[in-house]
Design a protein around this ligand. Structure first.
Ligand SMILES: Cc1cc2nc3c(=O)[nH]c(=O)nc-3n(C[C@H](O)[C@H](O)[C@H](O)COP(=O)(O)OP(=O)(O)OC[C@H]3O[C@@H](n4cnc5c(N)ncnc54)[C@H](O)[C@@H]3O)c2cc1C
Length: 419
C-alpha cells in the first residue's frame, strides 16, 4: 500500500519506520528541511515510562493558581494569546481533573508508554542508533520534608498501576547521582523510577530517518501540508506547497498543528500547543554533571545528561502558537542547573530553545483509525511524545495492517472526540 505520513517529528518518522518495515511504500512530508526539527528537537530527553501521568489531575486547578503566583512559575498563561479556543480547551482540561477521569487517562497513557519501552528496546537491539541513550533510571527530587511526606497518594497510584518505583533518602539520591553530593543541603530525598531511560529525541529521529531511507522511505521536505481532500468517506489526496499527492492511506502526525488539517474534515480534535523551553549546555566537568535525569519537583524542571551535554527543560506556557524566545523564560532552567549541578556545564554557551507540546485535554495521545477509512492519526502526545513514540507507532502499524494489536486500543483513537 502507498502511505503518506504527514509530519516528520518523532511520531511521524517512527510511524514511517514501522510501516515501511512491514512492506508498505511510505513517504513522509514535512515543512522543515530536516526531520525532528520542531517539538522533537529540544525536549527534556526523558523516556518517562514510570513518570507517565496526565496533566489534568484532582487538585491541579488549585495548584495551578498557586504556581502562577510563584516566582519562576512552572505554569504560565499569556493574557495576549488568550482567546475563545484557549478558554474552551482549558475548560475541557479542567473537566478531566476528577478522580475518575484521572484514573482512566493515566491507565490509557501508561498502557502506551509501558509498551513503548518494550518497542524502543527491541528497536535498539535490531538497529544501531546513536542518540546518547542511557538506561539508568530517573529521580524526582524533593527539596523539603513536607513535600516528601505528602507523596502518599502518588505512591499508591504507582503501586496500583504496577509501576516500579523507590522512595529514596538523600544518601541514596547521591548514590545514584554522585554530583548531588556537592549540594546535599538543597534536597531531602527523592522518588526513583528505575525503569526510566533518557536520550536525545532529535538525534534519535534523525538516526531512525536514515534507517528509513535505507529501506526505501522517501522524505519530501521543505513542503507544507495545506489540506486533505476527502470524497465518499475516503481521503483522495493531500494538497501541499509542492502540489497534490495521492496515496492509498494517510497518517496525520503533525504535532500541535494536527487539528488544522483534521478539523476541516469535520472533526473537532482539541489539540492545543503548550509551550515549553529548554537549555542545552556543553559539559565542562563531567564529575559535576548528572548521570541521568533529575527532575526538580519544586520547579518542574528536568535536568538530563546526554553524552557531552546537559539538557534542562521545563515550563508550561499557554501562549498559543507563539514561538518567540523571551529571555526571561531562561530563568527557571538556569536556576535549577546552577543550583543543583554548579560548574557542570558552560551556561554562557547554552542553546536556548522553545517548542509546542501537542496537548489533548486528557493528556492521552490520539492514535488509530478515524471515521474516514483510509485516514489515521498518531498525534496529541503532549508532554510525553518521546516516551510514547515507539509504542504508538507500532500500535498504529498493526491498526493499519488490520492485525491484532499487542495492547488494547480502547480510548486511544479520535473516536473519543467524535459525537
Ligand atoms: C520543553 C519540552 C520538554 C519536553 N520533554 C519531554 C520529555 O522529556 N519526554 C517526552 O516524552 N516528551 C517531552 N516533550 C514532548 C515531546 O517533545 C513531544 O510530545 C513530541 O516531540 C511530539 O512529537 P510529534 O512528532 O508529534 O510533533 P513534532 O515533533 O512537532 O512533529 C510534527 C512535525 O510536523 C511538521 N508540520 C507541522 N505542520 C505542518 C504542515 N502544515 N506542513 C508540513 N509539515 C508540518 C513539523 O515541521 C514537525 O516536524 C517535551 C516537550 C517540550 C516542549
Amino acid at each position: 500500500m502507498k502511505i503518506i505520513v504527514l509530519g516528520g517529528g518523532v511520531a511521524g518518522v517512527s510511524t514511517a519506520w514501522y510501516l515501511a518495515r512491514s512492506g508498505h511504500d511510505v513517504s513522509v512530508v514535512d515543512r522543515r528541511s530536516a526531520v525532528g526539527d520542531e517539538t522533537s528537537y529540544g525536549n527534556a530527553g526523558m523516556l518517562s515510562y514510570g513518570y507517565t501521568s496526565p496533566w489534568a489531575a484532582p487538585g491541579v486547578p488549585f495548584k495551578a493558581i498557586k504556581w502562577a503566583m510563584q516566582d519562576m512559575a512552572p505554569i504560565l498563561i499569556s493574557p495576549t494569546s488568550f482567546n475563545l479556543r484557549t478558554a474552551k480547551w482549558m475548560m475541557q482540561m479542567l473537566g478531566q481533573c476528577t478522580e475518575g477521569a484521572y484514573r482512566i487517562n493515566k491507565a490509557r497513557m501508561l498502557r502506551v508508554s509501558q509498551y513503548s519501552r518494550t518497542c524502543l528496546n527491541e528497536l535498539i537491539q535490531e538497529l544501531s542508533l546513536d542518540f546518547d541513550h542511557r538506561a539508568k533510571g530517573t529521580i524526582e527530587l524533593f527539596r523539603s520534608q513536607e513535600k516528601m511526606d505528602s507523596i502518599g497518594a502518588d505512591i499508591e497510584s504507582l503501586r496500583n498501576c504496577g509501576v516500579r518505583h523507590e522512595v529514596i533518602d538523600q544518601a541514596e539520591c547521591i548514590h545514584h547521582e554522585p554530583a548531588l553530593a556537592n549540594m546535599r543541603e538543597k534536597f531531602v530525598g527523592g522518588l526513583r523510577f528505575p525503569e526510566d531511560e533518557t536520550g536525545d529525541c532529535n538525534k534519535f529521529t534523525a538516526a531512525l530517518a536514515e534507517k528509513c531511507r535505507s529501506i526505501g522511505v522517501k522524505f519530501i521536505l521543505d513542503t507544507t501540508v495545506e489540506k486533505l481532500d476527502a470524497v465518499s468517506g475516503r481521503v483522495t489526496s493531500v494538497h501541499t506547497s509542492k502540489g497534490e499527492m495521492i496515496a492509498d492511506a494517510f497518517v496525520v502526525a503533525l504535532g500541535s498543528y494536527s487539528s488544522f488539517i483534521l478539523n476541516p474534515l469535520g472533526f473537532n480534535l482539541p489539540i492545543y500547543p503548550i509551550k515549553g523551553y529548554s537549555l542545552t549546555i556543553p559539559i565542562l566537568d563531567p564529575s559535576r554533571a548528572p548521570q541521568s535525569t533529575v527532575m526538580d519537583e519544586s520547579f518542574k524542571v528536568a535536568v538530563t545528561r546526554f553524552d557531552d551535554r546537559i539538557r534542562v527543560g521545563g515550563t508550561a506556557e499557554i501562549a498559543g502558537y507563539d514561538l518567540s524566545l523571551d529571555k526571561k523564560r531562561r530563568k527557571p532552567t538556569e536556576f535549577v542547573i546552577q543550583d543543583l549541578f554548579p560548574g557542570a556545564g558552560d551556561v554562557s554557551k547554552a542553546e536556548f530553545w522553545c517548542g509546542l507540546r501537542p496537548m489533548t485535554p486528557d493528556s492521552v495521545p490520539v492514535v488509530g483509525e478515524t471515521p474516514i477509512r483510509n485516514l489515521f492519526t498518531n498525534t496529541g502526545h503532549g508532554t510525553l511524545g518521546w516516551t510514547m513514540s515507539q509504542g504508538s507507532a507500532r500500535l498504529l502499524r498493526d491498526v493499519i495492517n488490520g492485525k491484532q494489536t499487542d495492547i488494547d486500543t480502547e480510548g486511544l483513537s479520535i473516536y473519543r472526540y467524535v459525537n
